[in-house]
Design a protein around this ligand. Sequence first.
Ligand code: KIV
Ligand code: ZN
Length: 512
Amino acid sequence: MSKEHLIIFDTTLRDGEQSPGASMTKEEKLRIARQLERMRVDVIEAGFPAASNGDFEAVRAVAEVIKESTVAGLCRAFDKDIARALDAVKPAKSGRIHTFIATSPIHMEKKLRMAPEDVIIAATNAVRFARNGIADVEFSCEDAGRSEIDFLCRIIEAVIKEGATTINIPDTVGYNVPEQYAERIRQLRERIPNSDKVVWSVHCHNDLGLAVANSLAAVMAGARQVECTINGLGERAGNAALEEIVMAVQTRQDVFLCNTRIDTTQIVAASKMVSGITGFPVQPNKAIVGANAFAHESGIHQDGVLKHRETYEIMRAEDVGWNTNKLVLGKHSGRTAFKARLKDLGISVDSEQVLNSAFARFKELADKKHEIFDEDLHALMSDEVVTPDDEHFKLLSSMFHSETGESPQARLTLSAGGTERKAESSGSGPVDATFKAIESVAVSGSELLLYSVNAITTGTDAQGEVTVRLAKDGRIVNGQGADTDIVVASAKAYINALNKLRSGTEKLNPQL
Ligand code: KIV
Ligand code: ZN
């Protein structure tokens, strides 16, 4: 039997980015977008162009480079927001406008302070305005999970008449349970005229841990687009995890009438990339992408798997991209091999200057660490994404001293706006001393919210990847740094975060 297509709409770069501390630079968004395209995601929601100039630029940059996926921009149901989003997605080979307005009694009365009739007028005007600029228009009823079904029927019928092509039913606050949510989708499809002319989409939040279950129940009820994020990133408890949706549908083809076109072997790489860029670690027991997702500890399980893998495994680790970290390069590898491997990993380097500097750093790393894995290259390139012109602070050299019974000392040379500055401090540990030394030069006054270290690969010569999250005046940024010396990695991460704080742009709250 031929299966229907299930559209995978990834919103890591929009809803995912709305997680406090997960905001991304344009370059980071571009790296993730390229990986999503490699994974054959159907729609990439790249951001909310009216939220800030930075968001606009990022959506536009994604629209310029992505060719195999549709690029969507989110906007409220106002002409000004929609015009901005239209402008941002204009360069896309295939672009989409995603406009939304709240439809639940509580949101309409308390947040929008609008009468239901006026909400219908705003929604129809918005869809009409968007359709004048683009053929692909998605309309979302924000908080549809708590909206009255009769009102949903009225507003959706009206926007379909105006030309909406996809109708999204978000469970914005993660309140629904699978049977009830599926029933809602079924009823809407049955009751609304021309419901077969649009794609029904779901967008579930995970406040009760039900985002994936609700999305899959909706797919069984006829939804043919699922909005989801890598690692389940997203507002509060997050969104439905893309990897879980895709693998559930693929593994249980006996129960689903549809399938995706996702290249599942790219899943683990996408998960690691998003975790590295946002600094949100993946819990070891997370389905599909957790480090233990395919590890068997108990003797009985190990014995079973050795005798016949399917005794305890319903999916193959290699099908989602585990065990593919090949030894790729070493210190004798040349620039061409280095560039080719980056291309294989979906990292395209447009500037010769960035390539030269990345290659020089690769050689340095290969001297310290003889085996260079794909994960090392990802980390190396994420250090490279802040172009030299953007870097106000740079680490020029470092010296650390730590001895039993003595306070650890850090002595650093930094460049601050091109001027060489020496900094020295003691601290309760070498990392604390390093951060204090940097702060004595930067005087940022920022608050350290998170400090985390992960080994990128195995072995004691592995690089440590450090994430530092800083907050200042209501803005939160993540900095990353990687090095075989974790104190140096920490210094790089702190400096990266300081540079982001200096160059950041303010955002509006999209839920306003
Ligand atoms: O959760 C939500 O309702 C949203 C919409 C803007 C689609 O993110
Ligand atoms: Zn959402």
